[in-house]
Design a protein around this ligand. Structure first.
Ligand code: T1G
Length: 699
């Protein structure tokens, strides 16, 4: 039974039961519609409560129904039925009332919530907008500004905040008996009668064109390239200027526009992709997990400090080891400074800062790691240093302790072999800043035990990260794909395209910044040493020799104030530098290259096809479990525009036959060395399949 009907003290209680999140499936919509009609006709009923069992009030429409023909009763009509009741209807909210779930609550005449509850309209994250009256009702009960912020960010709003808005009428203690409170509240409303949101008049006078232009300007940066935010604003413009039913009609038009846009499919693909990553062969609910109470971190520098921040933010105690007191003090100072800045923004208190600092125990001695359940090394990226560190860790760590390397590239099997416990070793590749970036590549070595992997997957969730499992190869998933992408960008430059033109092409595609600016930010010397370690025969020297010249001139990027760009303004804003143009001219002369700038389309095509082809190789080699995992890596670790779904979804949207045909053409134009099509790509095209098909068949 998706919606039960019971009567308590002349109050009908409609209870939704559709685990895991009480999504508004067809059965739930039908149950709510029938329950409302039954309550209307029931003479033993004077008021109605709508609530849900399990962990949350309805968390929205059933996303799994998207893409299928909609089936009546449609949610807007169900909500209209509820709102039209002549008996007061109270929504009793716990957990997260999101999307269509909140829209049901807004169609009720009153709303009460546990203080632990949250409300939200996160449809924008799915490339759509609230399509069951949320854009018309939330502005009416919660205020236009609040409603716009809620819908444009998709954030979850605590019940206490929603109450200040007027969107929630009463907030109960987290341990209150929600049903009993709701029944009592509903009885008290009988004398008040119904209060229909649709009848609330919005004074549009203060929300004129200038107001909405200000809203558009305020979101321009974070909504760059997105389709739905503009449509949400237009819905609210309708809410303040049209009668309710006309506003609803406008909402329906704009909802349909969003649903028809490829961004909706891309973002809905991403929603499920980010939940698929936790499905890993050999890991089930029954797989034993190890208790992680105390984490040891080697290295108090940028990475080690960031990882320590991430752990302490999740309430996990840390023993932070470095080789020198100065390094330790510096690291602790950076951590305290980070938290104090957060406190200054009002997102935590100074007591929180002290509590978090209290979780960090600095030390200079390996012996102090003896009680750690997990030890993560974030020391210099040199294999001989890693080997020495792991040999020492193996000697001090307790039995059953997990030993993890934060290496970005190096062979985790090789590192594990330095210990007598290879089954307790894996890679935990954090992305800098480690306390901010959501992606965590969990590198499964040949001997990594299932329990170790299961523990790492749970830990990722516990510290608010998305843990994607990778096999062992040079650069794992993300950095391995970054190679060909960067190669093509650098070939565009040496080929005659200005660095800023290359960067603009990819920025306009939706990347957060271009590869030249990104290289300057990471430090040109990082790539320089990496190329030195792999050897000239193993990379496209013509793409990088000009960059190496810059490094040898001491131009290492932002950290030296100049690299591919110069940074005279503020050390961060890139400006073209004629010195670099001269270096490029000299290199072109050496290579006998006649400068011929690439168009923006050529830059995007070659960088994307290189990315996709490498991704297909990674997938075909079993380094990545799914194409959608690769999408999750690239969106959460490298800023690939979410509204394009990730490189592999983007390839599916282009069509793999077209992708393969262009890669073959590039192989003819540029030689096969870098443009050999991935075998999996050729196989899928032969079989008429997509990367999504591959995932479905290998789920
Ligand atoms: N529909 C279908 N399945 C859903 C779902 C949904 N709305 N939300 C979650 N699931 C599944 C999810 O795939 C996973 O499945 C399981 O539930 C647990 O989710 C008309 C059109 C509610 C905050 O965008 O934000 O309403 O992997 O791992 O971390 O205007 O789920 O176990 O098989 O995320 O505790 C708007 C989306 C829809 C909310 C819980 N609503 N969900 O987080 O668990 S559009 C949303 C979430 C809409 C209306 C429009 C989160 C959560 P599996 P989980 P969680």
């Amino acid at each position: 039974m998706s919606v039960s009907y019971g009567v308590t003290d002349r109050v009908a209680v409609l209870t939704v039961n559709n685990p895991p999140v009480n999504a508004l499936s067809l059965a739930v919509r039908q149950g709510l519609s029938d329950g409302a009609a039954r309550a209307a006709a029931d003479d033993a009923v004077d008021a109605v409560v709508i609530m849900a069992t399990g962990r949350t009030f309805m968390a929205g429409a059933d996303i799994r129904e998207f893409g299928k023909p909609p089936v009546a009763p449609h949610l807007p009509e169900v909500i209209d039925t509820i709102e039209a009741l002549e008996k007061p209807v109270v929504a009793a909210i716990h957990g997260t009332a999101l999307g269509g779930g909140l829209e049901v609550a807004l169609g009720c005449h009153y709303r009460i919530a546990l203080e632990s509850a949250k409300i939200g309209l996160p449809e924008v994250k799915l490339g759509i907008l609230p399509g069951a009256g949320g854009t018309q009702r939330l502005p009416r009960v919660g205020g236009v500004d609040n409603a716009l912020q809620a819908m444009l960010t998709g954030r979850h709003i605590p019940a206490s905040t929603a109450a200040t808005w007027g969107a929630v009428d009463k907030v109960l203690s987290a341990d209150a008996d929600l049903q009993a409170e709701a029944v009592a509240f509903a009885k008290d409303r009988i004398s008040d009668g119904v209060r229909r949101t649709r009848d609330m008049v919005l004074d549009g006078a203060e929300y004129g064109a200038a107001f909405f232009e200000g809203v558009r300007a305020s979101i321009a940066k974070q909504s760059r390239g997105y389709f739905a935010p503009e449509r949400i604003i237009r819905c609210v413009e309708a809410a303040v200027s049209l009668p309710f039913d006309d506003g609803m009609a406008r909402e329906r038009e704009l909802f349909a526009e969003c649903q028809a846009n490829p961004q909706a499919r891309a973002l809905q693909h991403l929603f499920f992709a980010e939940r698929q990553v936790a499905r890993v062969p050999g890991v089930t609910k029954e797989t034993p997990r190890r208790d992680i109470r105390l984490v040891g971190i080697l290295g108090a520098g940028t990475m080690g400090g960031g990882i320590a921040l991430a752990m302490a933010n999740a309430g996990i105690a840390v023993t932070l080891l470095d080789t020198g007191q100065d390094a330790l003090d510096r690291g602790l100072g950076v951590m305290r400074g980070n938290w104090e800045r957060t406190a200054k923004k009002g997102r935590m208190t100074m007591d929180d800062v002290d509590r978090r600092m209290g979780l960090i125990t600095p030390t200079l001695s390996y012996d102090d790691l003896a009680d750690c359940d997990l030890i993560i090394e974030a020391v210099f990226e040199k294999m001989d240093i890693k080997r020495e560190v792991f040999a020492r860790l193996d000697a001090v760590a307790k039995p059953g302790a997990i030993l993890a390397t934060n290496t970005s590239y190096l062979d985790v099997n090789d590192i594990a072999a330095m210990t007598a416990r290879p089954d307790d070793v894996l890679g935990l590749h954090f992305f800098s800043p480690a306390n901010v970036m959501r992606l965590l590549e969990i590198v499964r070595a040949e001997k990594t035990a299932d329990s170790v992997l299961a523990t790492a997957l749970d830990l990722a969730k516990r510290i608010g990260k998305i843990g994607v499992v990778s096999g062992v190869c040079h650069g794992f998933i993300g950095n391995r794909m970054l190679g060909p992408y960067g190669r093509e960008a650098m070939l565009a430059v040496i080929g005659g395209t200005e660095p800023q033109a290359v960067d603009k092409a990819l920025f306009d595609f939706g990347m957060p910044m271009g590869p030249n600016a990104m290289s300057d930010m990471a430090g040109l010397d990082v790539g320089y040493f990496n190329r030195q370690s792999v050897g000239r025969e193993n990379y496209e020297t013509s793409a990088y020799d000009w960059v190496d010249r810059l490094v040898e001139m001491g131009r290492k990027g932002q950290k030296t104030g100049e690299g591919i760009y110069k940074y005279p303004q503020d050390g961060r804003t890139p400006e073209p530098d004629p010195v670099v143009a001269d270096v490029l001219d000299a290199e072109r002369e050496k290579l006998r290259i006649v400068a011929k700038p690439w168009s923006a389309e050529q830059v995007v095509e070659r960088c994307m096809l290189a990315l996709i082809n490498e991704g297909a190789k990674i997938l075909g080699e079993g380094i990545a479990l799914r194409a959608s995992d690769i999408d999750v890596v690239y969106i959460n670790g490298y800023g690939f525009p979410p509204y394009r779904g990730g490189p592999m979804h983007y390839a599916d949207a282009m069509g793999l036959p077209a992708v393969l045909s262009r890669i073959k053409a590039l192989a003819v134009e540029n030689g096969p060395r870098w443009w050999m099509p991935a075998p999996l790509l050729e196989r899928l095209v032969d079989e008429g399949k997509s990367f999504a098909d591959f995932d479905r068949e290998n789920a």
